[in-house]
Structure formats: C-alpha cells, structure tokens
Ligand binder design. Sequence first.
Ligand code: FMN
Length: 236
Amino acid sequence: MAKQTWKPGNMIYPLPAVMVSTADKEGNSNILTIAWTGTVCTNPPMAYISVRPERYSYHMIKESGEFVINLTTKKLSHATDYCGVRSGRDVDKWKECRLTKGSASSLEYAPVIEEAPVNIECKVKSIQELGSHHMFLAEVTAVQVDESYMDDKGKFDLNSTGLIAYSHGEYLDLGNKLGTFGYSVRKKQAPRRQKKAGCKKADAKDAGGKKANGKNAVSRKAAGKKRTTARRKADR
Ligand SMILES: Cc1cc2nc3c(=O)[nH]c(=O)nc-3n(C[C@H](O)[C@H](O)[C@H](O)COP(=O)(O)O)c2cc1C
C-alpha cells in the first residue's frame, strides 16, 4: 500500500462540531462553533475547548469562566456552520439563527441553546496557552437533555437526535449502527428454536444454555447483564 507522508498537522477526524454558548459578566452572550473539543476525564467529568484568542467569544469565556457545549444535529447544521463563519462582533447569531437562550442550571452567566438536544454546562478550571489556540480545560457542572428523546423507561436515546460529525471540512450525519460497545468480544446468542413434541434431547441441545454449549455459553439474562457491565466500563 503506497502512502504519502505529509508535514505534521491535525488529521484526527471525525470530530463533533459543537456550538459553544458563552457570555461575559455584563450579560452579553454569543455562540461560536468549535471542533477542537473533547472529553478528558470521567470523574470528575471534564471537557476542553480550544479557542483562538482573536475570536470575539474568547474574552467572554475568559471573563466569566463559563461556557456551554451544545451538541449539534442535522436540523442545526446550518446554524452550526453559520456560527463558525460569522463573528458576534458583526451579527447577533441568536437572532440570525433563530436560536433561543435558555437558563443553565449550574452557571451564572452562560446560557444554553434550547434547540440543542444536549447542553453540557462547563466551568473553566485552567487555560493552557498552546500556540494558535488556547485550551480551556473545564469541569462539567451539569448536563441538560431534551426529554422528548426519553423512552417510556426513562432511557435517553441520544443517537435518535440526529447528531452530526465534522470530518476534513465536511459535515456528515451518522451512518448505520455497526455494533455496541464490546460487541467484538461478546458471545453470540444461540438462535432460539421452537419446542417440538417428542424432541426432548434436541431441546436441551438447542436451548442455548450451558447443557448445549458447554462452559462458554451464556443465558440471555447473563448476556444482558454483561452488556450492562460493558457499557458501564465504556467511558473509561
Ligand atoms: C466546523 C468549524 C469548526 C471550528 N472550530 C473552531 C475551533 O475549534 N476553535 C476556534 O477557535 N475556532 C473554530 N472555528 C471558527 C470559529 O467558530 C469562527 O471563527 C467564529 O466566527 C468565531 O465566532 P466569534 O468571533 O463570534 O467568537 C470553527 C469553525 C467551523 C465552521
């Protein structure tokens, strides 16, 4: 396989393109689009955003020490791009994009974007002046989620909100589900067979239980439990 070697640069894709809302202490607020963002710690929950100091929003984040990471969806893709190519110095992005300011539950100044399905409220812990970008390392102080994506058991179905990704200059929606966390090592379920009269021996073999498959077999209940445990470990 022939490969080209390029000069060093950023090539970690796909990324989320999030809309970050922030405000200064006088109550002036703004939105900017950020792709240089991510989770850095599970406990305490921490995230970062890297912002160029010349951005209008930069001083707001620095002054109030607050910002909200608003996840973006197909519906919000136009606004996501707009908030990344126009400055709050020149336009009111809330008005232009018809976005609604909502109250953060744990912040004093920065508002949330109501239309986003998830609002991650952040308080700045430190600023690393890396070069072109300064990294705001922040603690996540609350997360708001849109209740309309809750199923009747109270489970939040994030992947049905229409999340988008940003990759190499393009906005993309998410494709098909390929598996769930840990699927590569999970034991396959034996197919359930219907009981037939007079086939007692076969029943035992085909049931998918220990008798049939030996020590590696797992019951549906046990497999479900394993899945839950795997999910709990997922965010380490
Ligand atoms: C998809 C996308 C991702 C971006 N990611 C970043 C980023 O990570 N950091 C940054 O400083 N600017 C980023 N920008 C640029 C800012 O969003 C843009 O300069 C914006 O107009 C700044 O707004 P403001 O001047 O109102 O603060 C991105 C723009 C787009 C379209």
